[in-house]
Design a protein around this ligand. Structure first.
Ligand code: G4P
Length: 512
């Protein structure tokens, strides 16, 4: 194996999905500690000076006690390099969450042992499934009153239509929970020594017989295909089951996968470097208008100082000061391999969905924009600031904070979001960073769909529907409908037009 392939194969890039309060933060902290936490980019519950100085709009986070910003945490454990991409922990969805999940190779689903599958877990799970992302289940809080493990496994299997195979089994319950038995390695990991005559040990021996007789054995293939989830039991707060999880990710967690592009599929171990921008974060420092583009390295390796080509425009992007989130003792690293995430400072050149290559002209697919579920008209409080607003909305839309629709009839811009929290973020950032306070009005529209078709047919459609047409942030046409009924009706009457609820910048090229 080449040195490059070796580096790439030891990458494990994953996210944790859960319902609020299930223990994601606690588990994240424990994983970082177990891995000797190399560097935190963004912070897990960091309360220090650094966080306070980061940006005003983070006030929303503090006020609500939530984390709006997706961050990347890198640590080493045994032979593997782990990249943990944090997804926002609040109830609300944002497109960032979806897009973060497009940048991982696996997901850990944390479930509260007392509550089982909750609403948000389910929704996030569905996104993972849509993308065939292998999922590992971690049943947390086994140190409390919990549901029976067999019942929990059944619940996961039934609600998510997923095969479940326990990899560990809990020893003792609630206050007596003292560790796990690893079915794969056939060994106990206990927090205290107990004799075999201990009732907990006898209990687990009986249960294990039942487990072996009644439940499927874990097999890697089903896991990789995304239809079987290995299940672990633990209590993050007591550090039980955390290393089980890391050991499993090291042993059979998926290494960086191949990434589909418009012209071909790019294997992670190719020599030449490619990367895909899945997130933009701006104004981390209010004094600079810099943005950081977060890009997943899809193949090869990226080295500080190299130039990459932005496929969309052909522009050369110098990587003078990329942030590599792999750095021991906070020293900057010099290189990043497929599976890693790099942060590239820029002034708005890089967009979500952008592909970077060394030379080849190819565009990765699969970083989508979703049709927003909520539409609002932006009302400016100070008409003198209309021009500033226009620029600010464009910038924030490029960053992915909201989607922007400019009505063709010249009326006030409309913004679209997947979750309402995005509206709060937009309002706060417009006021704090751009000095443009706004309010939101209802719009007559409730649905947005990207439309495409043959040139003449499309022009005809746009002309006929002018009052319901808008341009999105890239200037692509969007049809706005007042109701699902109107949308269906219009679609029926326009058979030569395609209506899409997901915009994938380059997916058309693949099917064409
Ligand atoms: P989240 O990020 O998924 O929202 O969950 P978080 O880790 O913040 O955990 C939510 C609550 O559950 C916290 O308690 C946390 O201490 C507790 N918790 C997490 N893991 C375990 C576990 O394995 N066992 C038990 N018994 N509790 C666990 P809190 O009181 O809401 O917050 P705090 O006062 O501890 O900060």
């Amino acid at each position: 194996m080449t040195a490059l392939a070796n580096e790439i194969r030891r990458r494990r890039t994953f996210a944790i999905i859960s319902h609020p309060d299930a223990g994601k933060t606690t588990l994240t902290e424990r994983l970082l500690v177990a891995g000797g936490a190399i560097q935190l980019a963004g912070n897990v519950r960091a309360k220090g000076e650094r966080r306070r100085t980061r940006s005003d709009w983070m006030a929303i986070e503090r006020d609500r006690g939530i984390s709006v910003v997706t961050s990347v945490m890198t640590f080493e454990y045994k032979d593997c390099v782990f990249n943990l991409l944090d997804t926002p922990g609040h109830e609300d969805f944002s497109e960032d969450t979806y897009r973060t999940l497009t940048a991982v190779d696996s997901a850990v689903m944390v479930i509260d042992a007392a509550k089982g599958i909750e609403a948000r877990t389910r929704k996030l799970f569905e996104i993972c499934r849509l993308r065939d992302i292998p999922i590992i289940t971690f049943i947390n809080k086994m140190d409390r009153e919990a549901q029976d493990p067999f019942a929990l496994l059944d619940e996961v299997a039934n609600t998510l239509a997923l095969d479940t195979a326990p990899v560990t089994w809990p020893v003792g319950r609630a206050a007596d929970f003292i560790g796990t038995y690893d079915l794969r390695l056939q060994e106990y990991r206990l927090t205290q020594q107990v004799p075999e005559s201990d009732p907990r040990m006898q209990g687990v021996a009986e249960e294990l017989e039942l487990v072996r007789a009644a439940l499927p054995e874990f097999e890697v293939e089903g896991f990789m295909e995304g239809h079987l989830t290995p299940v672990f039991f633990g209590a993050a707060i007591k550090d039980i089951g955390v290393t089980d999880l890391l050991d499993a990710l090291s042993a059979f967690g998926p290494p960086p996968r191949a990434q589909p592009a418009d012209t071909r599929i790019v294997s992670a171990e190719e020599e030449t470097a490619t990367a895909l921008v899945f997130k933009i974060q701006a104004n981390m420092d209010p004094n600079h208008r810099d943005r950081i583009a977060f890009a997943r390295v899809c193949s090869g390796k990226i080295v500080r100082g190299m130039r990459m080509k932005q496929a969309r425009t052909g522009k050369q992007i110098p990587l003078h000061a990329p942030q590599f989130f792999f750095a021991r003792d906070r020293q900057l690293a010099e290189e990043a391999f497929a599976g890693d995430v790099v942060g590239i400072p820029n002034h708005g050149t890089l967009r979500i969905g952008d592909t970077l290559t060394e030379e080849e002209g190819l565009n990765f697919t699969g970083v989508p924009y979703f049709a927003p579920e909520i539409l609002r008209r932006v009302q400016i409080k100070d008409a003198m600031k209309a021009k500033k607003l226009k620029q600010a909305l464009q910038e924030l839309a490029e960053e992915g904070v909201v989607q922007l629709f400019r009505p063709r009839d010249g009326s006030q811009p409309i913004v679209g979001v997947v979750g309402v929290l995005q509206l709060d973020v937009l309002m706060a950032r417009l006021a704090n960073e751009y000095g443009v306070p706004i309010t939101f009005d209802q719009t007559p529209f409730s649905l947005a769909r990207w439309v495409s078709g043959e040139k003449a047919a499309l022009e005809k459609f746009i002309d006929a529907q002018r009052s319901a047409m808008a341009d999105d942030v890239d200037g692509d046409p969007v049809f706005l409908a007042s109701s699902a009924f109107m949308m269906r009706r219009t679609a029926e009457l326009s058979p030569d037009i395609t209506f899409r609820d997901v915009k994938d910048m380059h997916a058309d090229a693949v099917s064409a």
